[in-house]
Design a binder for this molecule. Structure first.
Ligand code: RNT
Ligand code: ZN
Length: 429
């Protein structure tokens, strides 16, 4: 199978010029779209490289906590250096700016058991120096799962005050680490809080855990802690998880209210809603109230919320809405999926390229014309133009984005993934 494109740079450029003219006819500047799309940072989640396992030295058995990667494709990253090398390999095949999204369970404690509430910025020094060397921004996440104190399925909302306090201390520790990352990189570091807390079946008390969650989160985010603006906290809701099918304390409604009342960023994960619920429609409902949103691009299939993102209507529509709301600078974009059944570098590249394509596709939208037609009541014309945009020569603009950013266009990245698998992944036994 030949994946390598046979087209020359000149041919890609010529196809782009032709496409740009077609877009220009609708008032769209394809040159600008390419530059803008490449400039949006996409945060790559470290946990795709090792199936959310983490690198902690543990002395007790733990259960998952509502998320799980299925599959056993060879080549899983086994330590920080391997994981960072994999992330770098993925980034080298991706057009545009990237960040790395690190979970608290990916620190380096030098083989010592350091419990989550004792984690310090120094345990992430390897990440910080790597990020500096490579010009990559960092984001962070407290890990409120895969821990003995999460085995009951409750963390920040646990009925036992000591367990709650342990997780509050972890939340605070995560904020100090995020702040240190942001300061070291002269940037902000988005620190996203997701907890698995919930119930498999009809809880009699749906209020109590939520009341406790408010109290715990308020303690984590307490301004008196003096944590500076380099740490930007986000909160992520969810509809259900494995084993918590009936009730999730941190639902989307809960966090929308919480974030709004506390000045935190609301995170919308595309896998965390009812299958027929439109995440795209939520954008314009939240933006009048929330300064910023964090989007986790993911793809739900039946019971799983974490399949590799593809360039489908769901992701396209989310970014179309963001662009139509003129809010690209008000969203943080991060990937969130984990597939252990395919080459993991491939998973990163497929999902990150799909997300970047959706951003580019949205930037090629003739928004001004569409809104004008709508105002004039020319609704068939509007619908027809929307429909016609779908078959415009988008691929020529995408390939130009790859060419301009120095990465393989089209499917031409596949041979590099295969070479990396042969040279690197296959040696990890
Ligand atoms: C889980 C949430 C959360 C996690 C990561 C590992 O359902 O989506 O974002 O995927 O924190
Ligand atoms: Zn998520």
């Amino acid at each position: 199978m030949q994946f390598q494109t046979t087209r020359t740079d000149a041919q890609i450029e010529a196809a782009f010029q032709e496409a740009a003219e077609q877009y220009a006819a609708f008032g769209v500047n394809a040159h600008e779209a390419v530059d803008k799309a490449a400039d949006v940072p996409i945060s790559l989640h470290c946990w795709q490289a090792d199936d959310v396992a983490g690198f902690e030295t543990k002395d007790e058995a733990v259960e998952g906590g509502g998320i799980m990667a299925t599959g056993n494709y060879p080549g899983r990253a086994r330590n920080g250096d391997e994981l960072r090398a994999d992330l770098k390999q993925a980034i080298d095949l991706l057009p545009g700016r990237h960040r790395a999204n690190v979970h608290a369970s990916y620190g380096d404690t030098g083989g010592k058991v350091v419990d989550r509430d004792r984690l310090e910025p120094e345990h992430f020094a390897g990440w910080i120096s790597w990020a500096k060397e490579n010009g990559i921004g960092l984001d962070f996440n407290p890990t409120y799962f895969a821990h003995p104190k999460a085995n009951d399925g409750f963390t920040l909302a646990h009925p036992d005050v000591e367990i709650r306090e342990f997780w509050v201390r972890h939340g605070v520790a995560s904020r100090r680490i995020a702040e240190a990352m942001g300061i070291a990189l002269e940037d902000v570091c988005v620190n996203n809080h997701w907890i698995p807390d919930g119930a498999k079946d009809h809880p009699a008390d749906r209020y109590g855990p939520r009341e406790r969650l408010v109290e715990s989160l308020d303690a984590v985010l307490d301004p008196a802690l003096g944590i500076g603006p380099a740490c930007v906290d986000a909160v992520e809701g969810k509809l259900f998880g494995l084993g918590v099918e009936d009730y999730t304390a941190g639902s989307n409604d809960f966090y929308a209210n919480y974030a709004l009342s506390r000045g935190a960023v609301l995170c919308l994960d595309m896998g965390h809603f009812h299958p027929t619920e439109s995440i795209a429609d939520k954008i314009s409902s939240h933006l009048p109230f929330h300064d910023r949103l964090l989007i986790h691009t993911s793809r739900p299939i039946r019971w799983d919320s974490d399949h590799v993102v593809l360039f489908g209507d769901d992701v396209r529509n989310v970014f179309l809405e963001i662009v139509r709301c003129d809010a690209l600078d008000r969203v943080y974009v991060a990937l969130d999926f984990f597939d252990a059944s395919i080459n993991r570098i491939g998973a990163y590249v497929i999902g990150a390229r799909a997300t970047r394509k959706a951003i580019l596709y949205a930037l090629l939208d003739p928004t001004r014309q569409l809104k004008e037609l709508e105002r004039e009541g020319k609704l068939a014309q509007k619908l027809a133009l929307m429909e016609d945009m779908k078959t415009m020569p988008f691929s020529a603009v995408w390939d130009m984005t790859c060419l301009k950013t120095g990465v393989p266009p089209g499917a031409a990245w596949i041979p590099e993934m295969e070479a990396h698998e042969k040279d690197v992944l296959s040696t990890r036994t």
